[in-house]
Design a protein around this ligand. Structure first.
Ligand SMILES: *Cc1c(COP(=O)(O)O)cnc(C)c1O
Length: 344
């Protein structure tokens, strides 16, 4: 099919990730992560984050988030999240399932970002035995609607967490896009700002499959390997999930891919905003662009064979990936201009 911008996971595998797979495809190697590649990939993360973190790999973001949260919670605990959080809206109850029932406490924010005030509210409004005890806060960086928490905002959130004895988890399905956009180091975005556990997305960054779960407080990773195994997330040929990371991180592709995707989103959004009948719903800070379109406009665009989702964020979502083609973006814009003429 021709390139679409419905999701960044429509894209294939980038050359650096593919080369990593090929490099690992030599002879035999120990199974279940006891191979040199997996060892080296964990070291590459420790180098990238400039700290001695614990690193695990899961097949997808749903598992990474759910297992990370369940390792931070007992079943009687609760997790404070935003109403737009992927764990709340798009993981089919997996976080509750894997934590044996830890409840999600959903903060209703204007823009899908959690505030220290919302955390304080949930952490203090009930202190009695009848309410599930708040234990974790999770933030998505960038958010599901493409917004960024500044480093200062993350620090304010983590300070609030510390005050109430809460752990801080970051869903970084698009962590690379956030690093590229803010121009800060992975360390500054995470442990230096008080994040305890990060799920670092590889799939949307250009890999075939693989999300890294990174514990900056090593004691929180106790028995995490057993959780991975029990939930069907321990790959027996782990080297093919881990080796691509080595290449992605060491070649800088993780950041290059993200920067390209962010740049495409910027270019597209600036041109799209000029089209009559098209309104930007959120500032474009990462690789996501949300447009408010009339039903006629959206139908006309679909008629021209463009695929996009409208169930996230309440608008038409366009996502850009490592391989987004400027010529194809120009085609989309041209079709949008034609639709504007029809829908007007
Ligand atoms: C894509 C995504 C995930 C992971 O989803 P999977 O389909 O389970 O890999 C997690 N969080 C956010 C914010 C996402 O966009």
């Amino acid at each position: 099919m021709k390139q679409q911008f419905a999701s960044d996971n429509y894209a294939g595998i980038c050359p650096e990730a593919w080369a990593g797979m090929t490099q690992a495809n030599v002879g035999h190697a120990p199974a279940y992560g006891n191979d040199q590649w997996t060892h080296d990939a964990a070291d590459a993360f420790r180098k990238l984050f400039d700290t001695n973190c614990e690193v695990f790999f899961a097949f997808n973001g749903t598992a990474a988030n759910s297992l990370a949260l369940s390792s931070l919670c007992q079943s009687y605990h609760s997790v404070i999240c935003s109403s737009t959080a992927h764990i709340e809206t798009d993981e089919c109850g997996a976080p509750e399932f894997f934590s044996n029932g830890s409840k999600l406490l959903v903060a209703q924010g204007e823009d899908g970002k959690i505030t220290p005030e919302a955390i304080r509210h949930f952490a203090t409004f009930r202190k009695d035995i009848h309410f599930p005890k708040p234990r974790v806060v999770t933030i998505t960086q960038p958010t599901e609607t493409g917004l960024l928490y500044s480093i200062d905002e993350i620090k304010e959130i983590s300070a609030e967490c510390r005050e109430h004895g809460l752990a801080l988890h970051m869903d970084g399905a698009r962590f690379s896009n956030a690093c590229a956009a803010l121009g800060c180091t992975p360390a500054e975005m995470t442990w230096k700002a008080g994040v305890d556990v990060l799920c670092f997305g590889g799939t949307k960054n250009g890999m075939a499959v693989s999300e890294a779960v990174i514990f900056f407080r090593r004691e929180l990773a106790l028995d995490f390997d057993y959780r991975c195994k029990q939930s069907g997330q321990l790959a027996s040929k782990m080297r093919f999930m881990s080796a691509p990371w080595i290449n992605m991180l060491e070649s800088g592709a993780w950041l290059r891919n993200a920067k390209h995707a962010n740049d495409c989103a910027k270019i597209f959004s600036e041109a799209a905003a000029e089209i009559p009948g098209v309104e930007l719903m959120f500032p474009v800070q990462g690789n996501a662009v949300f447009l408010r379109l009339s039903e006629e406009f959206a139908a006309a665009l679909r008629e021209r064979d463009w695929t996009f989702y409208t169930f996230i964020g309440g608008g038409a979502r366009f996502m850009f990936a490592w391989d987004s083609d400027p010529a194809r973006i120009a085609e989309l814009l041209e079709d949008m201009r034609a639709c504007a003429a029809v829908a007007a």
